[in-house]
Structures are given as C-alpha cells and as structure tokens.
Design a protein around this ligand. Structure first.
Ligand SMILES: Cc1cc2nc3c(=O)[nH]c(=O)nc-3n(C[C@H](O)[C@H](O)[C@H](O)COP(=O)(O)OP(=O)(O)OC[C@H]3O[C@@H](n4cnc5c(N)ncnc54)[C@H](O)[C@@H]3O)c2cc1C
Length: 378
C-alpha cells in the first residue's frame, strides 16, 4: 500500500480472525469497515474448542508460528482488557494402553526437542493436579503448561469494541455479494469496491476473513483457494461448579476400543464444553443422544459431572485449506485482496492480526508467512 495515504480497508467476516485483523488495522489508524453476514462470531469461531496450543503442529515452522501466537495471546488479552475469557493453566493428557503410552512419550520427546515446555508427568501428579479426576490406569501422562483456552465470542466483542473506539465501522447482517474489479496492467486486477445488498463500498484494500466462505468470495476475483469440508462437534453442559483446579484443558482416553478420546474445558460461566477425537477429527452427529454419550464419557472420569445436562450444539465447519496450512497474503493477480483463511485460527488470531496489519499497512512481506502464500495452489 502507498505510504502516508489514509487507507480504507474492508474486512469481510467478523470471526476471530477478521476481528483481530480489524483491531490491529484500527490500531494503525486505518479506516476500517467490517462487514459480517450474520452476527460477529456466527461461523467457526463460536463452534470452536478454542484450545491454544502447538501440540500437533508440524513441521517446525508451523509449530513455531503457533507458539509465537500463543505467547502473544497474553499481551493481546491484556490490551483488549478481557479478564474472564482467557484461561491458562495448561493441558493435561493421559493414556491407558502401552502402545498409546509409547506414542505419547515419543511425541513429548519430539516437542521437547523443539523447545515446547510439555513434559511427562506421573499418575500421582495427575491426581495431585486434579484431585477430582478418576483417571483409571495411567500408562503415561503429559502436561503442556503453556497451553490454555479462550472464549472466542468475548475476544471478538473486545476486538470489535476497541476497533470501533478507533473509528472502525461494523455492519452486521450485511453479506458481501460481489467484488467490483478494475483491470490492473495486462494480467492483474484490483478490487475497487465490495458489493452488498445495501450498496457498494469503495475501498483501497479488502481482507477476506470469511472462514469457509472465503473460497467462494475469492472465486469472484478468479482466485482458486481450495478447502476441505471439515465438520466438528463440541457439545455444552449447563452451568456447573468449578471442575478443574490446576489445568484448563483435559484430553481423556477412550473408555473402550471403539470410540475416540474426548477433550474438555470449562468456561467462566461454569458451562463445560466437550469434544471428541483430535482437533481435525470429522464429526457430524449433533444429536441429543450423542451429546448425552459424550457427557457420560466425561462423567466416567470426572464424577462431579453427575447430574449435568448435555446441550447439543449444531455442527461447526472449520475453515480448512486443502493442505491444512493457513492461506495468508495479497495474491499477485489481485494485489489489494488480502486472504486470511486458516484452521487453528483461534490459536493464530493475535499473530495473524498483527502480521496482516504489517503487510497491509507497511507493504512488508513477512518472511515467516512465505510458506502460507495462496500462490502455492496455482
Ligand atoms: C469443532 C471445532 C473445533 C475447533 N477447535 C479449535 C481449537 O481447539 N483451537 C484452535 O485454534 N482452533 C480450533 N478450531 C478452528 C477455529 O475455530 C477456526 O480456525 C477459527 O474460528 C476461524 O475463524 P475465522 O474468523 O477465520 O472464521 P469464522 O469464525 O468462520 O468467521 C467467518 C465469518 O465470516 C462471515 N461471512 C461469511 N461469508 C460472508 C460474506 N459473504 N459477507 C460477510 N460476512 C461473511 C461468517 O458469518 C463468519 O462470521 C476449531 C473449529 C471447530 C469448528
């Protein structure tokens, strides 16, 4: 972007990624307009398990990107003045079988070689950290003390509130339906305006942070940004007394040989969220029966959940670029259309917001984002 010129940037999508980018742009005195088809957080962000982690992120460069963002979360939350939507304390994991134990030991060793502070802990330590747990046989256990989880809606509200205090304008229930494009040189084009049912909005640059809809919107500018469908289910419970005392995220082993492990966290209001499998597992069953079954499996390990009520939550769809890695940057054919599409967007939101603002406002090309350029698909 041209130095010294007052920029007007339209951010499409008010999930956690769009909200963070809008916040960071507004901090840089950019004039920001945020367009959200429904209400803020309506997409993947409000269906997320929202674990801040780099536990299974490969290769090292991607692990490190997530680590840097995890570290930034502390300052981000502080600057946003969010006091009860960010939960630190770490993630605890344990397994029942010797085969799983060997895999966990090797994985922790691998993470330690990358400097991640995860470590193996004893069965006694599991019990000391969380006396309310009935973990069963503990063949191996680990603690990731720098992990945490957040409540995306609270962060999104804070980002948008701070951006609006700096002059940003938010339009909810306003879908972007088209992009008005102008030829730029012999091969390229630029976005002149975004088109909505309420009229066109002229701008210097557009950020597409529309989650799973980013693919369809990018296609309007002739860009192919392939995604995989990635449904996931995280159920809730009614409000419970405090369950966990030291750690904030639990990964609990399967209670039989058929069903996958489950994960659990508790929000500030006391409600508990439970998911199944890994952060990439596909799940489509959002029935009451499935929610009841997940709660029963959690209660097996945490008897204090007895009497809780399971509340099913509709399937959420992860934004999932086809190769699993973020898509970030201005593509060469449309140099004022910034793409911001990613899984693990909750972990990555602070760093992506900061780096996207640097690229958009300063015209820099951040080297650590080089593997994530959209051109890799073409
Ligand atoms: C079940 C599940 C579990 C997850 N667990 C984790 C986890 O533990 N840790 C982690 O880091 N990540 C996790 N994720 C991923 C993470 O939630 C997402 O990467 C992140 O929420 C993406 O945020 P976003 O802002 O890019 O997209 P979204 O939250 O989907 O926001 C996109 C917004 O764009 C709006 N929009 C779409 N089209 C238009 C349009 N045409 N005009 C205007 N607005 C539009 C939508 O309404 C939506 O509000 C999980 C996701 C799911 C579904």
């Amino acid at each position: 972007m041209e130095q010294g010129k007052a920029l007007h940037v339209v951010v499409v999508g008010a999930g956690i990624v769009g909200a963070s980018i809008a916040y960071h742009l507004a901090q840089r005195q950019v004039a920001v307009t945020i367009l959200e088809r429904q209400q803020p957080g309506a997409g993947a962000s409000s269906h997320s398990f929202a674990w801040l982690n780099a536990f299974s992120k490969e290769p090292y460069a991607y692990h490190d990107l997530n680590r840097r963002s995890m570290e930034l979360w502390h300052r981000f939350a502080h600057d946003l003045q969010v006091t009860n939507g960010v939960h630190w304390g770490g993630e605890m994991h344990w397994v029942h079988t010797e085969a799983e134990a060997e895999r966990l030991r090797q994985h922790i060793q691998h993470l330690q070689a990358w400097g991640y502070p995860a470590r193996l802990i004893s069965a006694a330590e599991v019990q000391r950290l969380e006396p309310g747990l009935r973990p069963g046989t503990v063949r191996a256990a680990s603690l990731g003390p720098s992990d945490g989880h957040i409540e995306p809606e609270k962060i999104i509200t804070a980002c948008l509130g701070h951006a609006q205090a700096q002059g940003a304008v938010l339009h909810t229930h306003t879908a972007v339906q088209g992009l008005r494009l102008q030829r730029n040189g012999s091969t390229g084009q630029r976005v002149q305006a975004v088109q909505t049912a309420q009229g066109d909005i002229a701008c210097d640059a557009v950020v597409l942070a529309a989650g799973t809809d980013t693919t369809a919107l990018a296609a309007l500018a002739g860009l192919a940004v392939p995604q995989e469908e990635s449904p996931g289910v995280v159920v809730r419970t009614d409000v419970r007394p405090r369950l966990l005392h030291a750690v904030s995220v639990l990964y609990m082993p399967s209670i039989d040989t058929v069903r996958p492990e489950i994960h659990l966290r508790q929000l500030a209001d006391g409600s508990v969220q439970i998911g199944e499998g890994s952060q990439e597992s596909l799940a489509r069953d959002d029935s009451q029966a499935h929610a009841d079954a997940l709660l029963a499996r959690a209660t097996h390990y945490l008897p204090a959940l007895a009497g809780a009520r399971a509340i099913p939550v509709p399937v959420g769809y992860r934004p999932m670029p086809r190769d699993g890695f973020p898509v970030l940057g201005f593509p060469e054919p449309v140099p004022n259309l910034y793409l911001a599409l990613m899984h693990s967007g909750v972990t990555l939101a602070p760093l992506v917001g900061q780096l996207a603002a640097t690229e958009i406002v300063d015209g820099a090309r951040v080297e650590s984002l080089a593997p994530y350029r959209p051109e890799r698909f073409w």
